[in-house]
Design a protein around this ligand. Structure first.
Ligand SMILES: C[S@@+](CC[C@H](N)C(=O)[O-])C[C@H]1O[C@@H](n2cnc3c(N)ncnc32)[C@H](O)[C@@H]1O
Length: 257
């Protein structure tokens, strides 16, 4: 509890209550350097909702939500099970606090579970997902990596881990990614990265478009492709946070053919 955790800092950015003073201080520090961070986090949650709504609409019933975070408004199982109570969701996070909170809110839900896992060890992670008995990997599944990969520096080999996960799912499966990008504000985002690493020991990697696109491998992009997060199938009923800050994230969905 002496050091901020990415899961709790993100919760603080969203205005959640599952965080400590050290996390709120880290969130405030980051926001001073890059004022769009909280709005970006909200835009990211909205993207998650739209992506899961889209996927349920086209018949996806299995979701593996990697780096799922601390439960907040509009969690994957709520969206998916609102469409079909039989939808199955496995939440995975490296953070024990995130898994504990998720486990608490999933009590009594036979079709959703939260487990601890590390995306940097994809084979072990897949074995743990299989162990839940909720996901049939012979059938299409949606893999969610929403606001996750930018926490992994290149030295953690996120591209290789993502490739293992892509290979492990059936044709017809989807991959959902949102990622902090350096496209618009290269200098400011580089400064934030080094300040956050130095002060909080958190690695935050703002990647250029091409590197983010590469995480999808040879999956076929779903329209409109990899775009600024608020531009991914915007919902007309949603008050659209069309502020420049939302361009901090690129987001997209692609399908294994
Ligand atoms: C910024 S939060 C995003 C939460 C949620 N996906 C969303 O977009 O609203 C990122 C989450 O990834 C988790 N995480 C970081 N590194 C991870 C790893 N190597 N394996 C699994 N989860 C990880 C963190 O603990 C945190 O909860």
């Amino acid at each position: 509890m002496d050091a901020p955790s990415p899961a709790r800092v993100y919760d603080a950015l969203l205005g959640g209550s599952h965080n400590f003073e050290v996390d709120r201080a880290a969130a405030a520090h980051g926001t001073r350097l890059l004022p769009g961070l909280p709005i970006g986090a909200v835009a990211n949650r909205r993207f998650l909702r739209r992506a899961v709504t889209y996927l349920t609409g086209i018949g996806v019933r299995q979701f593996v939500d990697l780096g799922a975070g601390i439960p907040t408004v509009g969690n994957t199982h709520e969206i998916a099970q609102e469409h079909d109570p039989g939808s199955r969701v496995v939440y995975v996070d490296i953070d024990a606090v995130a898994v504990a909170h998720a486990t608490a809110i999933l009590a009594g839900n036979d079709n959703a579970v939260a487990i601890r896992g590390d995306v940097r060890m994809p084979e072990a992670l897949l074995a743990a997902v299989d162990h839940t008995g909720l996901i049939d990997r012979g059938q299409p599944v949606a893999l969610l990596m929403v606001a996750l990969l930018h926490l992994l520096p290149d030295s953690d080999a996120p591209a290789a881990a993502t490739a293992v996960l892509r290979d492990a799912v059936a044709p017809g499966s989807h991959l959902v990614i949102s990622h902090l990008t350096s496209e618009r504000r290269a200098e400011q985002t580089a400064m934030l990265s080094s300040a956050v690493a130095r002060r909080d020991g958190i690695s935050l990697v703002f990647r250029p478009r091409l590197q983010i696109a590469a995480f999808f491998g040879d999956f076929a992009p779903v329209e409109p492709g990899l775009v600024e997060i608020s531009d991914w199938r915007p919902d007309v009923t949603e008050q659209r946070a069309r502020l420049p800050e939302t361009s901090l994230y690129l987001a997209g969905v692609a399908q294994k053919v």
